[in-house]
Design a protein around this ligand. Structure first.
Ligand code: PLP
Length: 357
């Protein structure tokens, strides 16, 4: 019940231990195609280029930025926590001049703030924002933002690491051009892959690059042949076969439950936890809280690390401490995928009641 990884169901652990096929084996290619198709379904997109990057969420973030940005480009990043700051860091390393729009940690951005940002920095090529800021537990409303960004002629890039599989992520409806996530949060799969999706508009921007992407490994103009079959399934790098088995199983579980039913389960578990935490006198930090990551303030005079240690050693429950600005000041309780269960919520509340003075 920390900020990820979440509990991995036995079905997925079993899938990952299946015999390792070759990355060009027709049977494996079939599994991979199914995986890409399910990635499209959970992102609610028709984007042809939707695939699992070989690497964790940060590899997904780098894939998006390194392909869409060239040295000398301008970009806008909306920062309200750790992961927005990382986007800025990566864009800077890609050679972009980065304009930052910042609100205090725990807050989110209004549509007006997006509109003001694109007006203030009209030459930016891309605007990036985090949908689910794991460091603060804030959920960013993205509906209508794509239109604002597109009207300004920019690309819309989104981090969905802590939302995919736990909150609705509507890539096509929200006009998202490039998005990445991770396997170990609300998909309840081990860490190791990053499902990404690129819109046709993003692919056009990649085609128009003046120079190839600085990263060969993450260059989607090379990777797309393997993942979409264009120009044959040419070898690029050896796919992490067994991780793809795991992701395929994880996505199948998500779709068997049904996206809407799954989001509703996360919402219900969040409300149950919220009610219990509030009865214990704990306050949520963000106004617009994620269901998947519950960030509460540590009351004055409490040694937050000591409580976390007791929860782990006496009750086998892992929760997260604060990150960055919130270090020592917050607990971050994950309700992600398999972990978003009534048994977990009630056990944690009982254990917390015992541990809090
Ligand atoms: N973005 C967000 C919002 C995250 O929460 C994380 C990880 O917690 C990442 C990016 C990076 O993902 P990873 O640690 O899988 O590389």
């Amino acid at each position: 019940m920390g900020p990820g990884p979440s509990t991995v169901p036995a079905r997925i652990l079993k899938a990952i231990s299946s015999p390792t096929l070759g990355h060009l084996d027709p049977q494996y290619i079939g599994f991979m195609d199914e995986t890409c198709d399910m990635i499209r379904q959970v992102y609610r997109t028709e984007n042809a280029l939707s695939f699992p990057v070989s690497g964790t969420g940060m590899a997904g973030m780098e894939t998006i930025m390194v392909n869409l940005i060239e040295p000398g480009d301008e970009a806008i990043v909306m920062i309200n926590g750790v992961f927005g700051s990382r986007m800025k860091e990566i864009l800077t390393r890609c050679g972009a001049s980065v304009h930052v729009v910042e609100v205090p940690w725990g807050q989110t951005f209004t549509k007006q703030q997006f509109a003001d940002a694109v007006t203030q920095y009209p030459n930016a090529k891309l605007l990036g924002v985090v949908h689910a800021e794991t460091s603060t537990g804030a959920l960013q409303d993205l509906s209508g933002v794509g239109e604002i960004v597109h009207q300004a002629g920019m690309l819309f890039a989104v981090d969905a690491v802590t939302s995919l599989g736990g909150h609705d992520v509507r890539v096509d409806d929200w006009g998202i051009d490039a998005i990445y996530s991770g396997t170990q949060k609300c998909l309840s799969c081990p860490p190791g892959l990053s499902p990404v999706s690129f819109s046709p508009r993003a692919l056009e921007a990649i085609d128009q690059r003046k120079a190839p992407a600085q990263s060969w490994y993450l260059d989607v103009s090379l990777l797309k042949n393997y993942y979409t079959g264009g120009g044959g399934r040419a070898y690029h790098h050896t796919a992490p076969i067994n991780m793809v088995y795991a992701l395929r199983e994880a996505l199948a579980i998500v779709l068997e439950e049904g996206l809407d039913a799954r989001f509703e389960r996360h919402r219900k578990m969040h409300l149950l936890l919220r009610e219990g935490l509030q009865k214990l006198g704990l306050q949520y930090i963000p106004e617009n809280s994620l269901h998947t990551l519950n960030c509460v303030a540590v009351p004055e005079g409490i040694d937050e690390a000591a409580i976390r240690k007791r929860l782990l050693t006496e009750f086998d429950i892992e929760i997260g401490g604060g990150l960055g600005v919130f270090a020592g000041k917050a607990w971050r309780i994950g309700l992600m995928g398999e972990s978003a269960a009534e048994k977990n919520v009630l056990t944690l509340l009982a254990a917390l009641e015992k541990c809090l003075p």
